[in-house]
Structures are given as structure tokens and as C-alpha cells.
Design a protein around this ligand. Structure first.
Ligand SMILES: [Zn+2]
Length: 58
């Protein structure tokens, strides 16, 4: 997958199907606003999306 760090992504939570725009940060975790499931996790500059990416917004 291409480098999507620093981009906005539209994702769908696997657990509760909430659709949410997230900013894929260079470090840290992004959680679902509804159920707190981890949607993305970035460690050491490596992006790991834990859920379904619907589209990249930029
Ligand atoms: Zn959720």
C-alpha cells in the first residue's frame, strides 16, 4: 500500500459500521468515536490501518 501517513482517510469501523474521517497521524492511535475500537495505529513511522478504508481524501 502507498504511504498514507499525513492524509485524511474515510474509514468504516469493522465493529460498529460507523463511518468516520480520520487523520492518519505519524504517531499514535486513532479510535472510533462511537465504540472506541482502534481504527489506525502508527508506530515508528509505519502506518497500520486496522479497519476498512473507504477512500483517501487527499
Ligand atoms: Zn466503531
Amino acid at each position: 500500500m502507498s504511504d498514507i501517513t499525513g492524509k485524511f482517510l474515510k474509514v468504516k469501523c469493522k465493529k460498529c459500521n460507523n463511518e468516520q474521517n480520520i487523520y492518519n497521524k505519524a504517531a499514535g492511535e486513532v479510535k472510533c468515536l462511537v465504540c472506541q475500537e482502534t481504527l489506525a495505529r502508527n508506530t515508528g513511522g509505519n502506518s497500520e490501518i486496522m479497519t476498512t478504508v473507504l477512500r483517501v481524501l487527499n
